[in-house]
Design a protein around this ligand. Structure first.
Ligand code: UDP
Length: 336
């Protein structure tokens, strides 16, 4: 087996991490936390959906995931301890219109990244997976043992990468932690990074937009089998999510085995409850209307994240819904 490409022993805390998608929402928040914790970080991003301004130009490498040779060059600059792989398309609705884009960018793109890792001897990766791998779960809160059953192409594009990672571990000794995110939300409490997708598809920023513009937000479906008829999701603050990546990297560099973990709070909120939380935080009424269900949306997704808590000592500390909405509202009203 090729030697592990590693920049630091346990005596040297300055681990060097490659973050793909570091110009995006969760990637930029995690990069900030890695830097705060003393890591060296290089960001690989093609800026197709991320923001140039979110990354220090000195650490940005503009490279496409599908450009294996380009990734090999970046990985060969200096030894790396691990890759944290965020770069992906994330819109469930879009994935049900153009699934080819999702399998190309998310699945083939990840294969290209793993190939570059094997070629350069980098053997640790933390992978951005999703609750969408479960589809319509039979057990709620959802444990990691729930079978793969995605109901949208986005989820399937991630399942395929999780499965590739199992084979890359068996065959190449490439160890991975798959973090299955529930609903990433909120912003850095110091307002250094937050969510701004284009087009925006996520609930909380779209509710804010309705407050700011007066144009009603459309809530997708009021006839789900939930207490108030709207979908229930487990909203996890992006700072808690970022911390999960750091504990995952540490477990891998210390020799931990490949694992898959849910990252959520265990508490779900309905779309209506989120809307009410925004009204409470902003002090303003939210104009809204109901529309049809969105293709590929399961009624309820709530995480059982006890495995991550007990094995890696992670716990959510910023994910109370009011704090999520407050930090996100501050970000939405920041001065550019
Ligand atoms: N949602 C909605 N209107 C919107 C966007 C989202 O009603 O304009 C609902 C969506 O159907 C889901 C929840 O809000 O039940 C969270 O969706 P989001 O797109 O934020 O995250 P996802 O669950 O797709 O990861």
């Amino acid at each position: 087996m090729a030697p592990v490409n590693s920049s630091s022993s346990d005596n040297s805390p300055a681990r060097r991490i490659l973050v793909t998608g570091g110009a995006g929402y969760i990637g930029s928040n995690t990069t900030l936390q890695l830097l705060d914790a003393g890591y060296e970080v290089v960001v690989a991003d093609n800026l197709s959906r991320g923001h140039r301004a979110a990354v220090d130009p000195a650490r940005l490498r503009e490279v496409d995931l599908l450009d294996t040779e380009g990734l090999v060059r970046v990985m060969s600059e200096k030894p790396l301890d691990a890759v944290i792989h965020f770069a992906a398309y994330i819109a469930v609705g879009e994935s049900m219109k153009t699934p080819e884009t999702y399998f190309h960018n998310n699945t083939a793109g990840s294969l290209s990244l793993l190939t570059a890792m094997i070629r350069t001897g980098v053997r640790h990766v933390v992978f951005s997976s999703t609750a969408a791998v479960y589809g319509m779960p039979t057990t709620v809160p959802i444990p990691e043992s729930e079978p793969y059953a995605p109901v949208n192409a986005y989820g399937e594009s991630k399942v395929m990468v999780e499965k590739m990672l199992d084979w890359f571990d068996r065959i190449h000794g490439l160890r991975s932690v798959c973090l299955r995110y529930f609903n990433a939300s909120g912003a850095d409490p110091d307002c250094r990074a937050g969510e701004s997708h284009d087009p925006e598809t996520h609930l909380i920023p779209l509710i804010f937009r309705a407050v700011q513009t007066g144009t009603p937000v459309t809530l997708f479906g009021d006839d789900y089998p939930t207490p108030d008829g709207t979908c229930i999701r487990d909203y996890i603050h992006v700072s808690d999510l970022a911390r999960a990546h750091i504990v995952a990297v540490e477990s891998l560099v210390k020799g931990g085995a490949s694992k898959k973990y849910n990252v959520g709070t265990g508490r779900g909120y309905s779309v209506r409850e989120v809307l009410q939380a925004v009204e409470a935080v902003t002090g303003k009424p939210v104009p809204y209307q109901f529309g049809p269900r969105r293709d590929g949306d399961p009624p309820t997704l709530v995480a059982d994240s006890t495995r991550l808590q007990s094995e890696l000592g992670w716990k959510p500390v910023d994910s109370e819904l009011t704090r999520i909405v407050e930090t996100a509202w501050r970000w939405a009203n920041r001065k550019a």
